[in-house]
Design a binder for this molecule. Structure first.
Ligand SMILES: *Cc1c(COP(=O)(O)O)cnc(C)c1O
Length: 399
């Protein structure tokens, strides 16, 4: 639960400060707000922390995906390559902008296999969305290199990997754009919220305009703003911005604590014959929100998971999970968009013949079925660790 575990006096003080200012909106009220601009300060601090040129705060990670895809001008007639293992929002965002998501397989990192880009590419492909699932990175260097060679845009969905890095560079800054989520379950939280990063000024401006009805935020007040494109409202508010600022200050310590906890549990697991681990592209850059380990066969993983659960230790097998694996989304597979004419599948610019069969993702079918994922916390006191140790020892007997 990471950031949510650490909500305390600092967040409370910041929120009270915003309420006392009387201004909850991030834009406007310049005379009344006494110089307090929390969302703007959060954006600046976040861009600096990640080493990105520009940051645009938005109302959620899902909104961030839609804003970024819109800024990148992805729309009807375009295909976007997305890994089979991700949260549903990544696929929904592609549909939201009128494009078609194309499902791709994963590799030992549990993230997008770079080799899939050239296999899944068609003349319609415009972009690739690598997702850094469960806090650990994809082969982002190879993904960006392959995408560039094929003339494709890269949008990193780093909703789950805030603070993680690859060779010293923060995830979310490798592609043309990168997004983050600050919902309650993510590495740091603002309750709901998201961020869009880019180094490209033009993409940043398009994201800024689109997320606020086209306002360019250059007027003396909002009524005097200029506008070029239409947009919508995906704004973050000042209370969220204030909480984000405090949470960001806690991020490095939070990750260090999770890394210590992960190391300790990995140590326990490594004594069990047959147990393997998820490939970590850069263990030092791991945000360590989760620990993913595998067994040689799916039946063994299932048995092990059940034995752990009986001892009070929960794990997730994402092949059987309801929300993070494409073959399990019956409403998505039925093309049940909220529109009765099934937009965007029915759009004349789109090719309706897209398939989401399990046979197209053999690696995910194999490895996700054998993999168990344990959520880590910042605070895992010795009693909790002892409980996990005992449960692992018990569970090892069923293998
Ligand atoms: C959580 C999540 C999102 C969506 O973020 P929200 O803030 O919940 O809208 C998108 N992608 C992934 C991979 C996520 O885990």
């Amino acid at each position: 639960m990471a950031g949510a575990e650490l909500i305390g006096q600092e967040e409370i003080r910041e929120v009270v400060g915003v309420l006392e200012s009387g201004i909850l909106a991030r834009y406007g009220f310049d005379a009344e707000r006494k110089g307090i601009y929390k969302v703007r300060a959060f954006e600046e601090a976040f861009a600096r922390y990640c080493g990105a040129g520009y940051a645009q705060a938005v109302s959620s990670g899902s909104a961030a995906l839609k804003v970024a895809l819109t800024a990148l001008d992805v729309g009807p007639g375009d295909e976007v390559i997305v890994p089979a293992f991700t949260f549903l929002a990544t696929y929904e965002a592609v549909l939201e902008v009128g494009a078609i998501p194309v499902m791709a397989d994963i590799d030992g990192t549990l993230n997008l296999d770079p080799a899939e880009i050239e296999r899944k590419k068609t003349p319609r492909t415009k972009a690739v969305i690598p997702v850094h699932m469960c806090g650990s990175g994809a082969h982002i260097d190879r993904i960006v290199e392959t995408a560039r060679r094929n003339g494709l845009l890269v949008l990193e969905d780093n909703a789950q990997g805030c603070g993680a890095s690859f060779r010293g560079k923060k995830l979310g800054t490798f592609g043309d754009m990168g997004i983050f989520s600050f919902d309650h379950y993510k590495t740091i939280t603002t309750g709901e919220g998201g961020m869009v990063l880019t180094n490209d000024r033009n993409l940043h401006l398009r994201a800024e305009w689109y997320h606020d009805h086209g306002h360019d935020h250059l007027g003396a007040d909002r009524a005097l703003d200029g506008r070029t494109i239409l947009g919508f409202n995906y704004r973050m508010n000042e209370i969220q911005g204030a909480i984000g600022l405090v949470q960001l200050r806690k991020l490095d310590e939070l990750i260090a604590a999770q890394q210590r906890n992960k190391r300790e549990i990995k140590e326990m697991l490594s004594g069990i014959p047959g147990v393997g681990f998820r490939e970590l592209v850069d263990p030092e850059g791991d945000s360590a929100t989760f620990l993913a380990f595998n067994l040689p066969e799916e039946v063994l993983a299932e048995r092990f998971q059940k034995a752990l659960a009986e001892q009070g230790v929960g794990t997730v097998c994402f092949k059987r999970n309801f929300w993070h694996y494409v073959p399990n989304w019956e409403h998505f597979l039925a093309r049940s968009t909220a529109n009765s004419r099934k937009h965007p599948y029915s759009h004349p610019a789109n090719n309706g013949a897209v398939a989401y069969d399990r046979s197209a993702i053999p690696r995910a079918e194999d490895i996700l079925g054998r993999t168990l994922v344990m959520g880590l916390a910042v605070r895992m006191p010795p009693e909790r660790m002892d409980k996990i140790r005992g449960a692992l020892e018990q569970a090892a007997r069923v293998l």
